[in-house]
Write a protein that binds this ligand. Sequence first.
Ligand SMILES: Cc1cc2nc3c(=O)[nH]c(=O)nc-3n(C[C@H](O)[C@H](O)[C@H](O)COP(=O)(O)OP(=O)(O)OC[C@H]3O[C@@H](n4cnc5c(N)ncnc54)[C@H](O)[C@@H]3O)c2cc1C
Length: 275
Amino acid sequence: MTALSFEFFPPRTPEGQQTLCKTAEALKALSPQFFSVTFGAGGSTREKTAETVFDIKRHTHVATAPHISCMGSTKESILELLKTYIANDVRHLVVLRGDHPSGFVGRAGEFRYANELVAFIREQTQQHFMIHVAAYPEFHPEAKNAQRDLDNFKRKVEAGADVAITQYFYNVDAYCYFRDACLRAGITVPIIPGIMPIANLDGLKRFSSICGAEIPSWLLKRLDALAEDEAAIRQFGIEVVTDLCQKLLKQEAPGLHFYTLNKAEPAIAICKHLR
Ligand SMILES: Cc1cc2nc3c(=O)[nH]c(=O)nc-3n(C[C@H](O)[C@H](O)[C@H](O)COP(=O)(O)OP(=O)(O)OC[C@H]3O[C@@H](n4cnc5c(N)ncnc54)[C@H](O)[C@@H]3O)c2cc1C
């Protein structure tokens, strides 16, 4: 059985929190290895992330990983957060540099890059946490070049990461080339593809242009042709993303991590097709 995980963002309201627990409950039927909860740009959701993690864990009894980022963090604030997570029996973390909120000017925090934060967490908590980090088959948008990005990824793994989760992509070759380049560079941690179901075309285009994930032109043209018909986009999206997942599993991807955007249905539909 493929190792599955599902990512959420912290809802803004108590009603949103309740809905998210139901979403997590529905996804639990797919026997995920873990859920994860993002950390707002600039560290804006520190408490909300923790609350959401504890809430989901309490409702579903599924391991739930907080994302934790360098943005706005000091060594002291990270230590405090780690203590809270240890006290609440959290065992997985997704460790990131994070992004600035738009319009941000100033200093990001005491850690510059994710590798520094990974090293600090390992030094302070030894092997308590399974540490996941981010990887970019289509390269991080700020990377000077592909080789530097790979070197920086390796630095993060050598600092103590156990597993990597990729940015989403719709091009299987990008994943395979990246994974093979990692192996050649001596990076042997599992690299789990991040999967973005297709539901909202405008949102997908906007986010892809920021994070550097390419929507192949054949796919974009087909989606644009359906632009007025949300149901048709969802249906086509399920078909395309199921096919992507099938190809990745054929290439022996070690799991699938779904960016759910707090919706259960697309991920459930894709996983049902996979089975
Ligand atoms: C699975 C996943 C989950 C995510 N969750 C969140 C979230 O919850 N909250 C959020 O704000 N963002 C999240 N992001 C986005 C992420 O924070 C951004 O992509 C961010 O810009 C980079 O984070 P990173 O941890 O990959 O950074 P890093 O690994 O630090 O890399 C950032 C850039 O700096 C370069 N670099 C790295 N180390 C060095 C070094 N030592 N010297 C020089 N250059 C270096 C890299 O090549 C890269 O270009 C997520 C991304 C993924 C893939």
